[in-house]
Write a protein that binds this ligand. Structure first.
Ligand SMILES: NC(=O)c1ccc[n+]([C@@H]2O[C@H](COP(=O)([O-])OP(=O)(O)OC[C@H]3O[C@@H](n4cnc5c(N)ncnc54)[C@H](O)[C@@H]3O)[C@@H](O)[C@H]2O)c1
Length: 253
């Protein structure tokens, strides 16, 4: 059995930065044709150029994960370009920074849950019919250790990631008869634009000191897990958390 992704067609939401960009690079390097989405054209333009430097030609699709029609159009465009979709990586996300519950208003709550949960739900709804026909598919949701441990002033984010974790288990059961596996990659505190902008130096120090490995996870360390989940080596694995997290999931934040 090989971990090559030759012949694969992959869609990564929020793929123009951080973990998603790294997934595109690693999976493209292993032979997959890769489509990425983002809600800002300038992010896609930058990502396209960065991926080209690594020898990866990505299909770059403007799509806001909070807008169902955008997601449906992105899935349709990727299927039209590649003739199929084997893998959907639900990666687009925002933390919304640390906020006590009193600071969360309805607009912000909806935007955060729509980005993480609604976008993932409707991407899967759009991609699954083709996967069912071909009796093969990989859905990879992006979780967080906070879905299990919780985190202070992060109930908005922990709740959204918890919803995704539940969707992984429900979809794993629903799609198992069709050869489609559904798993969650659960990155620990990783070195990406998100953690560079959203975490204060004090919190950064506190998280690193609490992590058993005492360092941030590298984006490619998460991408190697994603590429492995996508490969045929994981045919028997569904409904699981695969967690490159530096030990964060056993200690929380
Ligand atoms: N970095 C970490 O420590 C860490 C840990 C656990 C989970 N995660 C999760 O990993 C995923 C990627 O995070 P990252 O650290 O690479 O962050 P990032 O900010 O570098 O990348 C997130 C990407 O999502 C895109 N995005 C945001 N809102 C969008 C929308 N509405 N529509 C389309 N695209 C949108 C952004 O433009 C960006 O390209 C997220 O789901 C995040 O919650 C990150």
């Amino acid at each position: 059995m090989s971990n090559s992704l030759d012949g694969y067609a992959v869609l990564i939401t929020g793929g123009s930065s951080g973990l998603g960009l790294s997934h595109a690079r690693v999976m493209g390097d292993r032979g997959a044709r890769v489509a990425i989405t983002d809600f800002k054209q300038e992010n896609l333009d930058r990502a396209r150029a960065e991926l080209q430097q690594s020898g990866v030609e990505a299909l770059c699709l403007l799509a806001d994960n909070r807008i169902v029609a955008d997601i449906q159009n992105a899935v349709a465009a990727a299927e039209a370009e590649f003739g199929k979709l084997d893998v959907v990586v639900n990666n687009a996300g925002i933390t919304g920074m640390m906020k006590p519950i009193e600071d969360i208003d309805e607009t912000f709550f909806d935007s955060l849950f729509d980005t993480h949960v609604k976008g993932a739900f409707f991407a899967v709804q759009a991609a699954v019919p083709g996967m069912k026909k071909r009796k093969f598919g990989r859905i990879i949701n992006t979780g967080s250790p906070f879905a299990m441990t919780g985190a202070p002033a992060m109930s908005h984010y922990s709740g959204a990631k918890g919803a995704l974790a539940a969707l992984t288990r429900a979809w794993a059961r629903e799609f198992a008869p069709f050869g489609i596996t559904v798993n969650t990659v659960v990155p620990g505190f990783a070195d990406t634009p998100m953690t560079r902008s959203d975490v204060t130096p004090e919190i950064f120090k506190q998280i690193i000191e609490g992590m058993p490995l005492k360092r941030q996870v590298l984006p490619e360390e998460v991408s190697y897990a994603v590429a492995w989940i996508a490969s045929r080596e994981t045919d028997a694995m569904t409904g699981q958390n695969i967690s490159p997290n530096g030990g964060q999931a056993i200690v929380g934040m």
